[in-house]
Design a protein around this ligand. Structure first.
Ligand code: ATP
Ligand code: MG
Ligand code: MG
Ligand code: MG
Length: 483
């Protein structure tokens, strides 16, 4: 089954269960000051759970573009090093707004996984919330009783509050979750150790694929729980992980979601992807992952900049550029060349990228040109610094130096930290923040008199927010109208 078919089957399945299929919300969260990026399928429906607004239907399903690079969910550091956490990923989801509840959600999940996708039943485990006396939340007997005749007691795991209880915040809707995990190890390994013992243990082949959240309580300000008048279902399944399971692969990167992009990286670099922990393989995974996050973020209206969400995108892009430069020998723009493949691959499901692919490729190319101009020099300077530190037996790069690398060579602090970590060194994060704060005070004074309508991307430091309005581009300058 191809990844496109897998996605289509999901949507068709829930359509056949009377769900309305809706579009993904943009990656960049709109009208939600608490969220920078959409990081789960439910984010766009948050208001409905809070009782504000009416959902378009009582049953809804979709695939949502998610980005987990900031805040509560930040998986950036795992990317490249494990095989199943991405920055951007698709979350397949089905929702019930005060309509069906646990019985249907559980039975349909099982029907889809084992009946439609034909995942072997003896490789699936489910978790049920064990309860938490201290926090006044009960064991989810109902889910246990529903799962038991389906999978048998042996395949049910009890989960704690961290993994199996969902809350929107300190107060508000909340409820237990039931997750589905899949064991993809070779049979010999399964015979030696039951998969049940490896659930939620960071094993790369025993992974969580689907989270079913049952919203049934409202937490009040005095922290007591009351039953919600209308109970809801919110599910989220990692699409790339599902593809790995169905296609019988060991890694998300071995599925057809990523192989097209990896093939282009192989052609451009002249190296072959082996799927190991070697630097060049890590680099290919990072690049294949990051180009998606960056391309779709730009297509959804964000441009790399030095502030807020734009800076997150810039940092992700620079992280990938540095991996390519250091481990695959890319000294010229290369990320930009991956855009057409990606745009075509996703044209049917997320047409916004294909519709703007030249624009996206241009923005990425300009970012690459700008960063590559100083990257080599910066890396040499960093090597020097690291050499001096190790000579003197120190293990921390001081804040002023991290600031200098940022200011002079465009090295975001987390990039410096990443390179330092490869040499078993740390950075002084606090010192860096202090140096940065001082510079901000200085430049605010400078900028007070120059309030032009136009900003150059290369000089975006002083801009509060650079919006969507692309105006013109030549090889050295991309211009945007300030919004
Ligand atoms: P994990 O424990 O693996 O980090 P999670 O419990 O944080 O996952 P949920 O918030 O429950 O994830 O999200 C629902 C589903 O989305 C997960 O079951 C998983 O399949 C998928 N998912 C979560 N984070 C990622 C990611 N960074 N990359 C790819 N898929 C993800
Ligand atoms: Mg997680
Ligand atoms: Mg989890
Ligand atoms: Mg989960």
């Amino acid at each position: 089954m191809t990844s496109s078919e897998i996605r289509q089957h999901y949507l068709d399945f829930f359509r056949s269960k009377q769900h309305l299929i809706v579009s993904s919300a943009p990656l960049v969260a709109k009208n939600d000051p608490t969220l920078m990026f959409n990081n789960s399928g439910m984010a766009q429906f948050k208001d409905f759970f809070l009782g504000n607004g009416t959902p378009p239907a009582k049953r809804v399903a979709d695939t949502q573009k998610c980005l987990r690079v900031s805040g509560k969910h930040n998986d950036l550091e795992d990317v490249g090093f494990d095989t199943y956490h991405h920055t951007m990923f698709e979350m397949l989801g089905n929702w019930s707004f005060g309509d069906y509840f646990k019985k249907e959600a559980i039975e349909w999940a099982w029907e889809l996984l084992t009946g439609v996708y034909k995942l072997p039943k003896d490789r699936l485990y489910v978790s049920v919330f064990q309860g938490d006396e201290k926090d006044n939340v009960p064991f989810d007997q109902e889910a246990w009783d529903l799962w038991k005749p389906i999978v048998g007691e042996d395949r049910i795991i009890l989960g704690n509050k961290k993994d199996n209880f969902w809350e929107m915040g300190d107060t508000g809707p909340c409820g237990p979750c039931s997750e589905i995990h899949v064991d993809l190890r070779p049979q010999e390994e399964v015979d030696q150790k039951p998969g049940k013992e490896l659930v939620n243990a960071d094993h790369p082949q025993v992974v969580e694929i689907w989270n079913l959240v049952f919203m049934q309580f409202n937490r009040k300000a005095d922290s007591s729980l009351e039953p919600l008048p209308a109970r809801h279902v919110d599910t989220g399944m990692g699409f790339e992980r599902l593809c790995m399971a169905i296609q019988g692969k060991k890694s998300n990167y071995d599925t057809d979601v990523f192989t097209g992009t990896i093939r282009v990286i192989e052609e451009l670099s002249g190296q072959t992807y082996q799927g190991t922990m070697e630097k060049s393989d890590v680099a290919m995974r990072v690049i294949a992952d990051h180009i998606r996050a960056v391309s779709f973020a730009i297509a959804d209206g964000l441009v790399p900049s030095n502030v807020r969400a734009g800076y997150v995108i810039r940092r992700i892009l620079r992280r990938a550029i540095r991996y390519g430069y250091s481990y695959l020998g890319f000294t010229e723009p290369f990320m930009t060349k991956l855009v057409p493949t990606l745009a075509l691959q996703f044209a049917a499901v997320f047409p916004e990228l294909n519709a703007q692919r030249d624009f996206v490729a241009t923005v990425i190319r300009e970012e690459e040109i700008s960063f590559l101009r100083t990257l080599g020099q910066g890396l040499r300077r960093l090597d020097q610094i690291i050499g001096q530190l190790t000579d003197t037996g120190k293990d921390t790069i001081d804040g002023e130096t991290v600031f200098e690398l940022n200011d002079t060579f465009g090295f975001p602090a987390d990039l410096t930290a990443l390179i330092a970590r490869e040499q078993r060194l740390k950075i002084d994060e606090e010192g860096f923040q202090n140096a940065l704060a001082q510079q901000k005070t200085r430049s605010r004074k400078d900028a007070a008199s120059s309030a032009s309508d136009w900003v150059d991307l290369m000089d975006a430091d002083r801009v509060e927010f650079v919006g969507y309005d692309f105006v013109e581009a030549d090889s050295h300058l991309v211009k945007y109208r300030k919004v």
